[in-house]
Design a protein around this ligand. Sequence first.
Ligand SMILES: Nc1ncnc2c1ncn2[C@@H]1O[C@H](COP(=O)(O)OP(=O)(O)OP(=O)(O)O)[C@@H](O)[C@H]1O
Ligand SMILES: [Mg+2]
Length: 243
Amino acid sequence: MQQESLSKQLDLSSLLHDVSSSFRATSLVLNQIIDGAYGHSLEEIRPFLKGLQEMNERGLGLVDRRTPFLEPNLTTLVQFDMLDILQKQYFQYKVIAQYHSLNLHYETQVTYKHGTQVQGDSISIDRMLCNLLTNAIKYTIEGDIFLRLLNQEDDLVIEIEDIGCGIPAEQLSNIFIPFWRSSQNISDKPGIGMGLYIAWIVAYAHGLSMRVDSVTKQGTKFTIIFPYKGDGIYGVDGRMCLK
Ligand SMILES: Nc1ncnc2c1ncn2[C@@H]1O[C@H](COP(=O)(O)OP(=O)(O)OP(=O)(O)O)[C@@H](O)[C@H]1O
Ligand SMILES: [Mg+2]
């Protein structure tokens, strides 16, 4: 019973976390549009308005969804093109990175061994990537951030790499614990320590491997591996389907 109520609380905290991140990002871009940062004509600002609309829909999609986040099930599984999700995220986060004087780079291969179709819960996978990108921006003071989609042998791999403050080696085992934050690098950074927990839960529920490499004062790289399942599809393993 206690376990059930704890899991409901985490589910709610994670929902609030991601909905408020989405509103915060929308508000930041909206303020820039109002300040004329992207131009003054409708034609100039239209792509940014489109980005805003997508961010807004992300927030609404989370609120409208009835399935509890921590219990993904077969009804939320869809097939989608990973390039579509990443392209949208690149456009939205490039603007946020620029606001923080950072450069977000998007690197893809010309071709992929088995295409880029993934089977999974696209809303949750989007949340996982948003949280990793938000962190890369938040914990980097200046320089570059990389979002990559590549093949490693038969698998499809996303890398999110920053050249920010890094995470001390002795703390790496804590980073996926809900509400944990490093005392080393958060002094002026807002947050509650939910982003990586959400990212980890999504990866676990889909049977994806998530790896982190980090060196203090040099940067951090998150690698997410979508295993090839055959028939031109990468994604979930049996764990999620069993729920
Ligand atoms: N890319 C990164 N570079 C350096 N440290 C990081 C990075 N990502 C996460 N961390 C560290 O891991 C901690 C946990 O990250 P997490 O995303 O869960 O929480 P948060 O960013 O502090 O807050 P929230 O995501 O809830 O807004 C962070 O507080 C930070 O100390
Ligand atoms: Mg975070």
